[in-house]
Design a protein around this ligand. Structure first.
Ligand code: ADP
Length: 546
Protein backbone atom coordinates (compact mmCIF):
# COMPACT_ATOMS: atom_id res chain seq x y z
CA UNK A 1 0.00 0.00 0.00
CA UNK A 2 2.80 2.40 0.87
CA UNK A 3 4.68 1.67 -2.36
CA UNK A 4 1.62 2.10 -4.51
CA UNK A 5 0.73 5.32 -2.63
CA UNK A 6 4.24 6.63 -3.22
CA UNK A 7 4.18 5.71 -6.93
CA UNK A 8 0.80 7.42 -7.29
CA UNK A 9 1.98 10.62 -5.59
CA UNK A 10 5.19 10.74 -7.66
CA UNK A 11 3.39 10.09 -10.96
CA UNK A 12 0.75 12.62 -9.99
CA UNK A 13 3.51 15.22 -9.43
CA UNK A 14 5.34 14.36 -12.64
CA UNK A 15 2.10 14.42 -14.62
CA UNK A 16 1.27 17.82 -13.15
CA UNK A 17 4.64 19.27 -14.12
CA UNK A 18 4.38 17.84 -17.67
CA UNK A 19 0.80 19.11 -18.05
CA UNK A 20 1.78 22.57 -16.82
CA UNK A 21 4.71 22.77 -19.24
CA UNK A 22 2.47 21.62 -22.05
CA UNK A 23 -0.15 24.26 -21.25
CA UNK A 24 2.56 26.94 -21.12
CA UNK A 25 3.96 25.83 -24.47
CA UNK A 26 0.48 25.85 -26.01
CA UNK A 27 -0.20 29.37 -24.67
CA UNK A 28 3.08 30.64 -26.10
CA UNK A 29 2.27 29.03 -29.44
CA UNK A 30 -1.13 30.71 -29.34
CA UNK A 31 0.49 34.11 -28.59
CA UNK A 32 2.97 33.65 -31.44
CA UNK A 33 0.28 32.83 -34.06
CA UNK A 34 -1.84 35.75 -32.80
CA UNK A 35 1.25 37.99 -33.11
CA UNK A 36 1.65 36.91 -36.78
CA UNK A 37 -2.00 37.83 -37.53
CA UNK A 38 -1.88 41.20 -35.75
CA UNK A 39 1.51 42.08 -37.36
CA UNK A 40 0.01 41.44 -40.75
CA UNK A 41 -3.13 43.41 -39.78
CA UNK A 42 -1.28 46.55 -38.71
CA UNK A 43 1.07 46.34 -41.69
CA UNK A 44 -1.98 46.50 -43.99
CA UNK A 45 -4.34 48.75 -41.99
CA UNK A 46 -2.21 50.59 -39.49
CA UNK A 47 -3.77 51.48 -36.15
CA UNK A 48 -7.22 51.16 -37.64
CA UNK A 49 -6.79 47.40 -37.51
CA UNK A 50 -7.31 47.44 -33.76
CA UNK A 51 -10.78 48.82 -34.07
CA UNK A 52 -12.04 45.67 -35.72
CA UNK A 53 -9.90 43.33 -33.59
CA UNK A 54 -11.83 41.09 -31.21
CA UNK A 55 -9.61 39.20 -28.73
CA UNK A 56 -9.55 38.61 -25.02
CA UNK A 57 -5.76 38.80 -24.99
CA UNK A 58 -4.09 42.06 -24.16
CA UNK A 59 -2.34 43.90 -27.05
CA UNK A 60 0.26 46.59 -26.46
CA UNK A 61 1.95 48.51 -29.30
CA UNK A 62 4.77 50.92 -28.60
CA UNK A 63 7.31 53.02 -30.33
CA UNK A 64 11.00 52.16 -29.99
CA UNK A 65 11.28 55.05 -27.49
CA UNK A 66 8.53 53.56 -25.29
CA UNK A 67 5.59 55.76 -26.44
CA UNK A 68 2.41 53.71 -26.30
CA UNK A 69 0.68 53.61 -29.66
CA UNK A 70 -2.10 51.25 -28.60
CA UNK A 71 -3.08 49.31 -25.43
CA UNK A 72 -6.13 47.07 -25.42
CA UNK A 73 -6.28 47.22 -21.59
CA UNK A 74 -5.10 50.66 -20.55
CA UNK A 75 -6.47 50.07 -17.02
CA UNK A 76 -3.75 47.45 -16.58
CA UNK A 77 -1.03 49.78 -17.88
CA UNK A 78 1.87 50.32 -15.54
CA UNK A 79 3.33 53.68 -14.81
CA UNK A 80 6.83 52.24 -15.18
CA UNK A 81 8.83 52.54 -18.36
CA UNK A 82 7.66 49.72 -20.63
CA UNK A 83 11.12 49.47 -22.16
CA UNK A 84 12.26 48.11 -18.83
CA UNK A 85 10.09 45.02 -19.36
CA UNK A 86 12.14 42.03 -20.28
CA UNK A 87 10.13 41.00 -23.37
CA UNK A 88 10.36 44.56 -24.80
CA UNK A 89 14.07 44.75 -24.18
CA UNK A 90 14.67 41.39 -25.83
CA UNK A 91 12.43 42.32 -28.78
CA UNK A 92 14.29 45.59 -29.36
CA UNK A 93 17.66 43.86 -29.10
CA UNK A 94 16.99 40.47 -30.70
CA UNK A 95 13.73 40.89 -32.64
CA UNK A 96 11.49 38.95 -30.25
CA UNK A 97 11.24 38.25 -26.53
CA UNK A 98 9.05 36.55 -24.01
CA UNK A 99 8.54 36.50 -20.24
CA UNK A 100 6.19 35.35 -17.52
CA UNK A 101 5.25 37.68 -14.70
CA UNK A 102 2.78 38.31 -12.05
CA UNK A 103 0.47 41.17 -12.69
CA UNK A 104 1.02 44.18 -10.49
CA UNK A 105 -2.57 44.73 -9.48
CA UNK A 106 -3.66 41.13 -8.79
CA UNK A 107 -1.94 37.79 -8.25
CA UNK A 108 -2.48 36.40 -11.75
CA UNK A 109 0.47 35.23 -13.82
CA UNK A 110 0.75 36.52 -17.38
CA UNK A 111 2.62 35.26 -20.40
CA UNK A 112 4.10 38.00 -22.58
CA UNK A 113 5.39 37.80 -26.18
CA UNK A 114 6.88 40.88 -27.93
CA UNK A 115 8.15 41.29 -31.50
CA UNK A 116 9.91 44.15 -33.25
CA UNK A 117 7.99 45.25 -36.35
CA UNK A 118 9.64 46.13 -39.61
CA UNK A 119 8.87 49.83 -38.93
CA UNK A 120 10.85 49.67 -35.64
CA UNK A 121 7.77 49.66 -33.38
CA UNK A 122 7.26 46.79 -30.91
CA UNK A 123 4.06 44.81 -30.64
CA UNK A 124 3.31 42.75 -27.52
CA UNK A 125 0.63 40.14 -26.95
CA UNK A 126 -0.09 38.71 -23.50
CA UNK A 127 -2.51 36.29 -21.98
CA UNK A 128 -3.31 35.14 -18.50
CA UNK A 129 -1.56 31.93 -17.67
CA UNK A 130 -3.25 29.08 -15.85
CA UNK A 131 -1.35 28.55 -12.56
CA UNK A 132 -0.09 25.19 -11.33
CA UNK A 133 -2.92 25.27 -8.81
CA UNK A 134 -5.59 25.61 -11.40
CA UNK A 135 -4.00 22.83 -13.46
CA UNK A 136 -4.02 20.74 -10.31
CA UNK A 137 -7.63 21.58 -9.62
CA UNK A 138 -8.62 20.65 -13.16
CA UNK A 139 -6.72 17.34 -12.98
CA UNK A 140 -7.40 16.48 -9.35
CA UNK A 141 -10.85 14.89 -9.69
CA UNK A 142 -9.88 12.10 -12.12
CA UNK A 143 -6.52 11.61 -10.39
CA UNK A 144 -8.14 11.44 -6.97
CA UNK A 145 -10.55 8.85 -8.37
CA UNK A 146 -7.64 6.76 -9.62
CA UNK A 147 -5.83 7.30 -6.31
CA UNK A 148 -8.79 6.06 -4.28
CA UNK A 149 -9.42 3.12 -6.60
CA UNK A 150 -5.81 2.00 -6.41
CA UNK A 151 -5.78 2.40 -2.63
CA UNK A 152 -8.95 0.36 -2.22
CA UNK A 153 -7.59 -2.36 -4.51
CA UNK A 154 -4.27 -2.33 -2.67
CA UNK A 155 -5.99 -2.57 0.70
CA UNK A 156 -8.15 -5.45 -0.48
CA UNK A 157 -5.26 -7.43 -1.95
CA UNK A 158 -2.94 -6.65 0.95
CA UNK A 159 -5.58 -7.90 3.38
CA UNK A 160 -6.22 -11.05 1.35
CA UNK A 161 -2.54 -11.77 1.00
CA UNK A 162 -1.87 -11.18 4.71
CA UNK A 163 -4.73 -13.52 5.56
CA UNK A 164 -3.44 -16.18 3.21
CA UNK A 165 0.00 -15.98 4.84
CA UNK A 166 -1.14 -15.76 8.45
CA UNK A 167 -4.06 -18.22 8.50
CA UNK A 168 -1.97 -21.40 8.06
CA UNK A 169 0.48 -20.09 10.69
CA UNK A 170 -2.36 -19.58 13.14
CA UNK A 171 -3.71 -23.03 12.35
CA UNK A 172 -0.44 -24.82 13.18
CA UNK A 173 -1.02 -27.16 16.12
CA UNK A 174 2.00 -26.20 18.23
CA UNK A 175 1.88 -29.48 20.16
CA UNK A 176 1.70 -31.70 17.04
CA UNK A 177 2.78 -29.56 14.05
CA UNK A 178 2.24 -31.17 10.63
CA UNK A 179 4.58 -30.19 7.77
CA UNK A 180 2.05 -31.18 5.07
CA UNK A 181 -0.74 -29.03 6.51
CA UNK A 182 0.95 -25.72 5.58
CA UNK A 183 2.54 -24.14 2.53
CA UNK A 184 6.09 -24.90 1.52
CA UNK A 185 7.69 -21.74 2.88
CA UNK A 186 6.56 -22.67 6.40
CA UNK A 187 8.25 -26.09 6.38
CA UNK A 188 11.48 -24.86 8.10
CA UNK A 189 9.40 -23.19 10.83
CA UNK A 190 7.27 -26.28 11.40
CA UNK A 191 10.35 -28.54 11.48
CA UNK A 192 11.96 -26.21 14.00
CA UNK A 193 8.83 -26.35 16.19
CA UNK A 194 8.83 -30.18 15.95
CA UNK A 195 12.48 -30.31 16.97
CA UNK A 196 11.91 -27.90 19.87
CA UNK A 197 8.90 -29.93 21.03
CA UNK A 198 11.10 -33.03 21.16
CA UNK A 199 13.77 -31.13 23.13
CA UNK A 200 11.19 -29.71 25.53
CA UNK A 201 9.64 -33.18 26.06
CA UNK A 202 13.09 -34.65 26.81
CA UNK A 203 13.89 -31.83 29.21
CA UNK A 204 10.52 -32.15 30.93
CA UNK A 205 11.11 -35.90 31.38
CA UNK A 206 14.55 -35.24 32.78
CA UNK A 207 13.17 -32.53 35.06
CA UNK A 208 10.36 -34.64 36.44
CA UNK A 209 12.74 -37.58 36.92
CA UNK A 210 15.07 -35.31 38.90
CA UNK A 211 12.14 -33.92 40.86
CA UNK A 212 10.97 -37.45 41.72
CA UNK A 213 14.49 -38.41 42.75
CA UNK A 214 14.81 -35.29 44.86
CA UNK A 215 11.39 -35.86 46.46
CA UNK A 216 12.27 -39.52 47.14
CA UNK A 217 15.53 -38.51 48.79
CA UNK A 218 14.12 -35.65 50.85
CA UNK A 219 10.95 -37.50 51.84
CA UNK A 220 13.02 -40.48 52.95
CA UNK A 221 15.20 -38.28 55.11
CA UNK A 222 14.53 -38.27 58.82
CA UNK A 223 16.12 -34.82 58.83
CA UNK A 224 13.84 -31.96 57.91
CA UNK A 225 14.61 -29.90 54.83
CA UNK A 226 13.23 -26.52 53.76
CA UNK A 227 14.02 -24.19 50.89
CA UNK A 228 12.92 -20.58 51.35
CA UNK A 229 12.98 -17.54 49.10
CA UNK A 230 14.33 -14.19 50.43
CA UNK A 231 10.80 -13.28 51.54
CA UNK A 232 10.66 -16.41 53.76
CA UNK A 233 8.10 -18.14 51.51
CA UNK A 234 8.53 -21.92 51.61
CA UNK A 235 9.47 -23.00 48.08
CA UNK A 236 10.00 -26.63 48.93
CA UNK A 237 10.21 -28.78 51.99
CA UNK A 238 10.00 -32.41 53.03
CA UNK A 239 7.27 -33.92 55.15
CA UNK A 240 9.17 -34.04 58.42
CA UNK A 241 10.14 -30.34 58.29
CA UNK A 242 6.63 -29.21 57.36
CA UNK A 243 5.09 -31.41 60.06
CA UNK A 244 7.49 -29.98 62.65
CA UNK A 245 6.63 -26.40 61.66
CA UNK A 246 2.95 -27.22 61.88
CA UNK A 247 3.47 -28.78 65.30
CA UNK A 248 5.29 -25.69 66.62
CA UNK A 249 2.76 -23.15 65.39
CA UNK A 250 -0.44 -25.19 65.33
CA UNK A 251 -1.21 -24.34 61.70
CA UNK A 252 0.01 -24.94 58.20
CA UNK A 253 2.93 -22.64 57.40
CA UNK A 254 3.58 -21.17 53.97
CA UNK A 255 5.53 -18.10 54.97
CA UNK A 256 7.71 -18.10 58.07
CA UNK A 257 7.30 -14.34 58.67
CA UNK A 258 3.59 -14.19 58.12
CA UNK A 259 2.05 -17.41 59.37
CA UNK A 260 2.72 -17.16 63.09
CA UNK A 261 5.91 -19.19 63.18
CA UNK A 262 7.73 -19.44 66.54
CA UNK A 263 10.04 -16.41 67.03
CA UNK A 264 13.23 -18.50 67.39
CA UNK A 265 12.74 -20.15 64.00
CA UNK A 266 11.91 -16.80 62.41
CA UNK A 267 14.98 -15.12 63.92
CA UNK A 268 17.27 -17.94 62.73
CA UNK A 269 15.91 -17.63 59.20
CA UNK A 270 16.13 -13.80 59.25
CA UNK A 271 19.82 -14.06 60.19
CA UNK A 272 20.39 -16.40 57.24
CA UNK A 273 18.57 -13.96 54.93
CA UNK A 274 20.96 -11.29 56.21
CA UNK A 275 23.76 -13.59 54.96
CA UNK A 276 24.83 -15.29 58.22
CA UNK A 277 24.71 -19.02 58.84
CA UNK A 278 22.73 -19.54 62.02
CA UNK A 279 21.47 -22.39 64.13
CA UNK A 280 19.60 -23.09 67.33
CA UNK A 281 18.14 -25.96 69.31
CA UNK A 282 14.37 -26.15 69.41
CA UNK A 283 12.82 -28.06 72.30
CA UNK A 284 9.43 -29.57 71.46
CA UNK A 285 7.85 -31.75 74.08
CA UNK A 286 10.63 -34.13 75.13
CA UNK A 287 12.61 -33.94 71.89
CA UNK A 288 15.38 -31.58 70.76
CA UNK A 289 15.68 -30.38 67.16
CA UNK A 290 18.72 -28.63 65.79
CA UNK A 291 17.86 -26.11 63.12
CA UNK A 292 20.59 -24.91 60.76
CA UNK A 293 19.81 -22.10 58.32
CA UNK A 294 22.28 -21.46 55.51
CA UNK A 295 22.01 -18.52 53.10
CA UNK A 296 22.08 -19.36 49.37
CA UNK A 297 24.44 -16.71 47.98
CA UNK A 298 25.11 -15.99 44.31
CA UNK A 299 26.94 -12.93 42.97
CA UNK A 300 27.10 -11.47 46.47
CA UNK A 301 23.32 -11.56 46.91
CA UNK A 302 21.19 -13.83 49.10
CA UNK A 303 18.72 -15.63 46.83
CA UNK A 304 17.18 -17.88 49.48
CA UNK A 305 17.77 -19.98 52.56
CA UNK A 306 18.25 -23.71 53.03
CA UNK A 307 17.09 -24.95 56.42
CA UNK A 308 18.07 -28.35 57.81
CA UNK A 309 16.31 -29.72 60.87
CA UNK A 310 17.87 -32.64 62.73
CA UNK A 311 16.60 -34.64 65.64
CA UNK A 312 19.41 -34.28 68.18
CA UNK A 313 17.48 -35.58 71.17
CA UNK A 314 19.83 -38.50 71.75
CA UNK A 315 22.93 -36.39 71.23
CA UNK A 316 21.61 -33.80 73.65
CA UNK A 317 20.71 -36.49 76.19
CA UNK A 318 24.13 -38.09 75.75
CA UNK A 319 25.81 -34.72 76.24
CA UNK A 320 23.71 -34.14 79.33
CA UNK A 321 24.56 -37.61 80.68
CA UNK A 322 28.23 -37.08 79.92
CA UNK A 323 28.22 -33.79 81.78
CA UNK A 324 26.46 -35.35 84.77
CA UNK A 325 28.74 -38.37 84.59
CA UNK A 326 31.92 -36.25 84.65
CA UNK A 327 30.60 -34.26 87.59
CA UNK A 328 29.60 -37.46 89.43
CA UNK A 329 32.87 -39.26 88.67
CA UNK A 330 34.93 -36.38 90.06
CA UNK A 331 32.76 -36.29 93.13
CA UNK A 332 32.83 -40.08 93.66
CA UNK A 333 36.59 -40.26 93.19
CA UNK A 334 37.19 -37.37 95.50
CA UNK A 335 35.48 -38.96 98.50
CA UNK A 336 37.75 -42.04 98.93
CA UNK A 337 40.79 -40.03 97.86
CA UNK A 338 40.12 -37.44 100.57
CA UNK A 339 39.82 -40.23 103.15
CA UNK A 340 43.03 -41.92 102.01
CA UNK A 341 44.89 -38.62 101.95
CA UNK A 342 43.54 -37.74 105.43
CA UNK A 343 44.56 -41.12 106.97
CA UNK A 344 47.99 -40.97 105.32
CA UNK A 345 48.58 -37.44 106.58
CA UNK A 346 47.73 -38.43 110.14
CA UNK A 347 50.24 -41.31 109.93
CA UNK A 348 52.85 -39.05 108.35
CA UNK A 349 52.50 -36.46 111.14
CA UNK A 350 52.91 -39.24 113.72
CA UNK A 351 49.49 -38.56 115.17
CA UNK A 352 48.36 -42.20 115.03
CA UNK A 353 49.32 -44.33 118.04
CA UNK A 354 51.11 -47.57 117.03
CA UNK A 355 48.30 -49.74 118.32
CA UNK A 356 45.83 -48.05 115.92
CA UNK A 357 48.14 -48.14 112.95
CA UNK A 358 46.67 -51.42 111.70
CA UNK A 359 43.15 -50.02 111.84
CA UNK A 360 44.21 -46.94 109.87
CA UNK A 361 45.97 -49.10 107.29
CA UNK A 362 42.74 -51.13 107.03
CA UNK A 363 40.77 -47.95 106.36
CA UNK A 364 43.24 -46.86 103.69
CA UNK A 365 43.05 -50.31 102.12
CA UNK A 366 39.22 -50.29 102.14
CA UNK A 367 39.05 -46.83 100.58
CA UNK A 368 41.64 -47.84 97.96
CA UNK A 369 39.57 -50.92 97.17
CA UNK A 370 36.54 -48.68 96.77
CA UNK A 371 38.51 -46.42 94.49
CA UNK A 372 39.67 -49.43 92.50
CA UNK A 373 36.10 -50.78 92.20
CA UNK A 374 34.93 -47.37 91.06
CA UNK A 375 37.66 -47.03 88.46
CA UNK A 376 37.03 -50.57 87.22
CA UNK A 377 33.31 -49.92 86.92
CA UNK A 378 33.90 -46.62 85.10
CA UNK A 379 36.31 -48.36 82.72
CA UNK A 380 33.83 -51.17 82.09
CA UNK A 381 31.05 -48.68 81.42
CA UNK A 382 33.06 -46.58 79.01
CA UNK A 383 34.16 -49.78 77.29
CA UNK A 384 30.47 -50.69 76.82
CA UNK A 385 29.66 -47.13 75.79
CA UNK A 386 32.31 -46.98 73.10
CA UNK A 387 31.67 -50.60 72.11
CA UNK A 388 35.42 -50.61 71.65
CA UNK A 389 37.89 -53.47 71.90
CA UNK A 390 35.90 -56.25 73.61
CA UNK A 391 36.97 -59.78 74.29
CA UNK A 392 35.63 -61.92 71.42
CA UNK A 393 32.10 -63.36 71.72
CA UNK A 394 31.54 -67.05 72.25
CA UNK A 395 28.89 -69.50 73.32
CA UNK A 396 28.45 -68.98 77.06
CA UNK A 397 26.65 -71.31 79.45
CA UNK A 398 24.73 -68.95 81.75
CA UNK A 399 23.99 -71.73 84.22
CA UNK A 400 27.67 -72.53 84.75
CA UNK A 401 28.48 -68.82 84.87
CA UNK A 402 25.80 -68.19 87.51
CA UNK A 403 27.14 -71.09 89.53
CA UNK A 404 30.65 -69.63 89.48
CA UNK A 405 29.32 -66.19 90.48
CA UNK A 406 27.35 -67.64 93.39
CA UNK A 407 30.45 -69.60 94.47
CA UNK A 408 32.50 -66.40 94.55
CA UNK A 409 29.79 -64.61 96.50
CA UNK A 410 29.23 -67.47 98.97
CA UNK A 411 31.34 -65.94 101.75
CA UNK A 412 29.69 -62.49 101.38
CA UNK A 413 26.28 -64.19 101.46
CA UNK A 414 27.21 -66.06 104.57
CA UNK A 415 28.33 -62.83 106.23
CA UNK A 416 24.97 -61.30 105.37
CA UNK A 417 23.03 -64.41 106.44
CA UNK A 418 21.70 -64.87 102.95
CA UNK A 419 21.22 -68.26 101.36
CA UNK A 420 21.90 -68.69 97.65
CA UNK A 421 19.97 -70.97 95.25
CA UNK A 422 20.45 -71.74 91.59
CA UNK A 423 17.60 -73.45 89.72
CA UNK A 424 17.06 -74.36 86.09
CA UNK A 425 19.40 -76.02 83.64
CA UNK A 426 22.16 -75.32 81.19
CA UNK A 427 21.20 -72.40 78.92
CA UNK A 428 23.68 -71.04 76.42
CA UNK A 429 23.77 -67.62 74.84
CA UNK A 430 26.15 -66.03 72.35
CA UNK A 431 28.08 -63.33 74.19
CA UNK A 432 31.17 -61.94 75.84
CA UNK A 433 31.83 -63.95 78.98
CA UNK A 434 33.52 -61.30 81.18
CA UNK A 435 30.63 -58.89 80.58
CA UNK A 436 27.97 -61.54 81.23
CA UNK A 437 29.89 -62.54 84.35
CA UNK A 438 29.95 -58.98 85.62
CA UNK A 439 26.23 -58.51 84.92
CA UNK A 440 25.24 -61.63 86.89
CA UNK A 441 27.76 -60.76 89.60
CA UNK A 442 26.32 -57.23 90.02
CA UNK A 443 22.75 -58.53 90.16
CA UNK A 444 23.57 -61.23 92.71
CA UNK A 445 25.78 -58.92 94.76
CA UNK A 446 22.96 -56.32 94.93
CA UNK A 447 20.50 -59.08 95.87
CA UNK A 448 22.77 -60.00 98.78
CA UNK A 449 23.71 -56.42 99.76
CA UNK A 450 20.16 -55.11 99.81
CA UNK A 451 18.67 -58.20 101.49
CA UNK A 452 17.14 -58.81 104.88
CA UNK A 453 18.88 -60.78 107.55
CA UNK A 454 18.25 -63.65 107.16
CA UNK A 455 17.32 -63.64 103.51
CA UNK A 456 17.65 -65.62 100.34
CA UNK A 457 18.65 -65.10 96.72
CA UNK A 458 17.47 -67.26 93.90
CA UNK A 459 18.96 -67.38 90.42
CA UNK A 460 16.58 -68.96 87.94
CA UNK A 461 17.44 -70.01 84.40
CA UNK A 462 14.87 -71.10 81.82
CA UNK A 463 14.05 -70.87 78.19
CA UNK A 464 10.83 -69.42 76.79
CA UNK A 465 10.42 -69.58 73.02
CA UNK A 466 13.39 -67.83 71.41
CA UNK A 467 14.64 -66.38 74.66
CA UNK A 468 16.90 -67.46 77.48
CA UNK A 469 15.58 -65.94 80.68
CA UNK A 470 17.76 -65.29 83.73
CA UNK A 471 16.03 -64.09 86.90
CA UNK A 472 17.72 -62.93 90.10
CA UNK A 473 15.16 -62.82 92.89
CA UNK A 474 15.74 -61.73 96.45
CA UNK A 475 13.79 -61.32 99.63
CA UNK A 476 15.39 -57.94 100.33
CA UNK A 477 14.42 -54.39 101.15
CA UNK A 478 12.87 -53.69 97.74
CA UNK A 479 12.99 -50.49 95.69
CA UNK A 480 10.37 -47.72 96.05
CA UNK A 481 8.15 -47.50 92.95
CA UNK A 482 9.16 -43.90 92.23
CA UNK A 483 12.86 -44.83 92.14
CA UNK A 484 12.46 -47.95 90.01
CA UNK A 485 12.87 -46.16 86.63
CA UNK A 486 16.05 -44.47 87.89
CA UNK A 487 18.05 -47.34 89.42
CA UNK A 488 19.72 -48.08 86.06
CA UNK A 489 21.07 -44.50 85.86
CA UNK A 490 24.73 -43.95 86.59
CA UNK A 491 25.50 -43.13 90.21
CA UNK A 492 21.85 -43.34 91.24
CA UNK A 493 21.26 -44.89 94.63
CA UNK A 494 18.04 -45.14 96.55
CA UNK A 495 19.84 -44.73 99.84
CA UNK A 496 23.30 -43.28 99.39
CA UNK A 497 24.63 -44.01 102.85
CA UNK A 498 23.38 -47.60 102.77
CA UNK A 499 24.94 -48.12 99.36
CA UNK A 500 28.24 -46.71 100.58
CA UNK A 501 28.11 -48.76 103.70
CA UNK A 502 27.76 -51.92 101.66
CA UNK A 503 30.51 -50.82 99.25
CA UNK A 504 28.36 -49.82 96.26
CA UNK A 505 29.58 -47.54 93.48
CA UNK A 506 26.16 -46.67 92.01
CA UNK A 507 27.32 -48.10 88.68
CA UNK A 508 26.39 -51.79 89.05
CA UNK A 509 22.92 -51.71 87.46
CA UNK A 510 24.14 -49.25 84.84
CA UNK A 511 26.67 -51.86 83.74
CA UNK A 512 23.88 -54.46 83.73
CA UNK A 513 21.75 -52.22 81.47
CA UNK A 514 24.59 -51.48 79.01
CA UNK A 515 25.72 -55.11 79.03
CA UNK A 516 22.17 -56.17 78.21
CA UNK A 517 22.03 -53.66 75.33
CA UNK A 518 25.34 -55.00 74.07
CA UNK A 519 23.85 -58.51 74.00
CA UNK A 520 20.49 -57.39 72.55
CA UNK A 521 18.84 -58.44 75.80
CA UNK A 522 15.91 -56.84 77.63
CA UNK A 523 15.90 -56.02 81.35
CA UNK A 524 12.79 -56.10 83.51
CA UNK A 525 12.55 -54.96 87.10
CA UNK A 526 9.88 -56.02 89.61
CA UNK A 527 10.19 -54.86 93.12
CA UNK A 528 8.04 -54.36 96.21
CA UNK A 529 9.26 -52.26 99.07
CA UNK A 530 10.07 -54.48 102.06
CA UNK A 531 9.26 -57.69 100.15
CA UNK A 532 11.99 -58.16 97.60
CA UNK A 533 13.25 -57.46 94.15
CA UNK A 534 13.28 -59.48 90.96
CA UNK A 535 15.45 -58.46 88.00
CA UNK A 536 15.08 -60.52 84.81
CA UNK A 537 17.27 -60.59 81.72
CA UNK A 538 15.80 -61.84 78.41
CA UNK A 539 18.61 -62.95 76.07
CA UNK A 540 18.03 -63.98 72.48
CA UNK A 541 18.67 -67.75 72.26
CA UNK A 542 22.04 -68.75 70.85
CA UNK A 543 20.92 -69.35 67.26
CA UNK A 544 20.56 -65.58 66.92
CA UNK A 545 24.19 -64.72 67.35
CA UNK A 546 24.74 -61.21 68.63
P1 ADP B 1 25.23 -49.73 93.96
O1 ADP B 1 26.63 -49.87 93.66
O2 ADP B 1 24.93 -48.58 94.88
O3 ADP B 1 24.60 -51.00 94.42
P2 ADP B 1 23.66 -50.14 91.60
O4 ADP B 1 23.68 -49.44 90.30
O5 ADP B 1 24.03 -51.57 91.58
O6 ADP B 1 24.55 -49.31 92.60
O7 ADP B 1 22.23 -50.01 92.20
C1 ADP B 1 21.65 -48.77 92.24
C2 ADP B 1 20.72 -48.66 93.45
O8 ADP B 1 19.58 -49.50 93.26
C3 ADP B 1 21.34 -49.14 94.72
O9 ADP B 1 22.05 -48.11 95.38
C4 ADP B 1 20.15 -49.60 95.54
O10 ADP B 1 19.61 -48.52 96.22
C5 ADP B 1 19.16 -50.09 94.49
N1 ADP B 1 19.18 -51.57 94.34
C6 ADP B 1 19.86 -52.27 93.43
N2 ADP B 1 19.59 -53.59 93.52
C7 ADP B 1 18.69 -53.73 94.56
C8 ADP B 1 18.05 -54.85 95.16
N3 ADP B 1 18.24 -56.11 94.74
N4 ADP B 1 17.21 -54.60 96.18
C9 ADP B 1 17.01 -53.34 96.60
N5 ADP B 1 17.61 -52.25 96.09
C10 ADP B 1 18.44 -52.43 95.07
Amino acid sequence: MLVSGLVLILSFGLFLVAAYQYVQMESMQHLKSEMTCISEGIRLNGAAYFEQLRTKDRITWIEADGTVLYDSAPEQASTDDLLEREEFRQALEEGSGSSTRQAESFPQYYLYYAQRQPDGTVLRVSCAQDSMVSVMIILSSPLLGIFILVLVLCTFFAYRLARQIVLPINQIDLDYPNVDATYRELTPLVSKIQQQNRTIAQQMDELSRKRREFAAITEGMTEGFLLLDPHTNILSGNRSALALLEQTSGQQIENLRRDGCVPEIRDTVELAIAGKRSEFILEIEDRSWQMIANPVVAHGQVHGVVVLVMDVTEREQRDQLRREFSANVSHELKTPLTSISGFAELIKEGLVPPDMMQEFAGDIYRESQRLMDLVNDILRLSQLDEQGAMPSAASVDLYALSQSVLDRLASVAEENEVTLHLTGETQTVWGVEPILDEMIYNLCENAIKYNQRPGSVEVLLRRTGDEVVLTVRDTGIGIPTKDQPRVFERFFRVDKSHSKAVGGTGLGLSIVKHGAQYHNARVELNSRLGEGTEITLFFPAESKKS
